[in-house]
Design a binder for this molecule. Structure first.
Ligand SMILES: C[S@@+](CC[C@H](N)C(=O)[O-])C[C@H]1O[C@@H](n2cnc3c(N)ncnc32)[C@H](O)[C@@H]1O
Length: 394
């Protein structure tokens, strides 16, 4: 078994050392930077068909341990997987009918994990979405502040306006918009842990007169045309293809005529949803974001348009997200010991792979992220959005 394994993999010349527990050690190429410690011999057989979800699962289940820089580990795993399996793509994953209970459970699984754990590797504002790097060398904190401001500028926020933040996370955008743009923000989230900390932070910042945060599903927003502007950041990945139309319909109904809607979210590489990354998406769906779904940009735009939202502007921030994830992953790697005291070993293994793997995937164009700005036109079809983008960059 080991001879067959070494023959198949040796040809790939990977900078990889394989150490079999209680057995031999094998270098699969010169200068190994990554070591795989195989705790379960059965894995050698499975590694003849090394999809990334299988490799990830083996690590999570402790059948496999890793040594080396986590980014190198991901790169080597991908080379190994690609070397044996090629570039084949899988059909689109099965989509689920999302209901409120299913979504609440999925959100709680991910976001109610531990605020202290997230605080270890996010920026000080705890913004959990792609940053905006004016310069690739910007710090994470700078990039996140720039992103919050980029969104507020795109929304052309004016003092006294009412802003709905759908999926407000730990409230970073709500505080930024209230503090610097003097708007009234209503933020909703499905995570109890997020809400508690977001509320505490808005109280500590003395912003409770302008920031109202609550536990609420977007489907439970009451009334119509309550808001001048709506922003949704990193949330629509949880909506599901089946509910995309209903989601944008709610945003359309909630915004006043002439108001702007910003949808910032991750989008699929291919229109038909076929998967890239040899099982990477399967891993994310199984361990990280249950029932998460990525629509293609064209699908999001079509769905917004169908609901009456006129798309004005689209910006891809793909490489910004790769950089953001590199920061998150790097921060987590620097705090592994503390993290191990806050979450289980299994969770820590999952999040290590997820953050480094997504940094790798965004860099390689396995998925994208788009800010889509739309307007709900006035009754006569016009609107008052500036005729150029010049104001955004002044
Ligand atoms: C990736 S986080 C982004 C948080 C925040 N926008 C940020 O950029 O830091 C996704 C957010 O969407 C919220 N969310 C997901 N599904 C939701 C739903 N059905 N209704 C309301 N909020 C939801 C989650 O609770 C979480 O706050």
């Amino acid at each position: 078994m080991f001879a067959q394994f070494s023959e198949t993999l040796g040809a790939l010349q990977l900078p990889l050392r394989v150490v079999v527990k209680g057995g031999p050690t094998l270098d699969l190429g010169p200068d190994p930077r990554v070591t795989l410690l195989i705790n379960d011999l059965g894995l050698l057989q499975e590694m003849q068909n090394p999809t990334l979800d299988k490799l990830g699962a083996a690590y999570i289940d402790q059948r496999l341990d890793i040594q080396g820089n986590i980014m190198d580990v991901i790169a080597v795993a991908d080379r190994l997987s690609k070397g044996l399996l090629g570039d084949n793509t899988e059909p689109a994953p099965e989509r689920t009918e999302h209901d409120k209970q299913m979504d609440a459970e999925a959100i709680s699984y991910h976001y109610d994990l531990s605020n202290d754990f997230y605080a270890l590797w996010l920026d000080p504002q705890m913004v959990y979405s792609c940053g905006y790097f004016r310069n690739p060398e910007d710090s994470l904190a700078t990039a996140q502040t720039q992103k919050l401001d980029h969104l507020c500028r795109k929304l052309r926020l004016k003092p006294g306006e009412h802003l709905l933040d759908v999926g407000c996370g730990w409230g970073g955008l709500a505080r930024h918009a209230a503090r610097y743009y003097d708007v009234q923000v209503h933020g909703i989230t499905l995570s109890k842990a997020q809400l508690a900390l977001a509320q505490a932070r808005s109280e500590a910042a003395g912003l409770t007169d302008r920031v109202t945060l609550e536990l609420r599903d977007y489907r439970d927003l009451a009334g119509r045309e309550n808001y001048d502007k709506i922003v949704s950041v990193g949330m629509f990945e949880h909506v599901g293809h089946a509910n995309l139309g209903a989601y944008f319909k709610i945003l359309f109904e909630q915004v006043k005529p002439g108001g702007l809607v910003m949808n910032h979210g991750i989008t699929a590489k291919y229109i038909d949803g076929r998967q890239v990354g040899r099982g990477a998406g399967k891993f994310i769906g199984r361990y990280v974001f249950p029932h998460g779904e990525l629509p293609h940009l064209s699908m999001a735009i079509a769905s917004m348009s169908e609901q009456g939202l006129e798309v004005l502007d689209v910006e891809s921030l793909r490489l910004h997200y790769a950089r953001t994830l590199e920061h998150w992953s790097g921060n987590l790697e620097h705090h592994l010991e503390q993290a191990g005291q806050l979450v289980s070993d299994k969770t820590l293994r999952i999040w290590r792979i997820y953050l480094a793997g997504c940094a790798y995937g965004f860099k390689r164009n396995w998925m994208n992220i788009h800010q889509i700005l739309a307007v709900k036109p006035l009754a006569d079809g016009t609107h008052h959005v500036p005729w150029t983008r010049e104001d955004l960059y002044r």
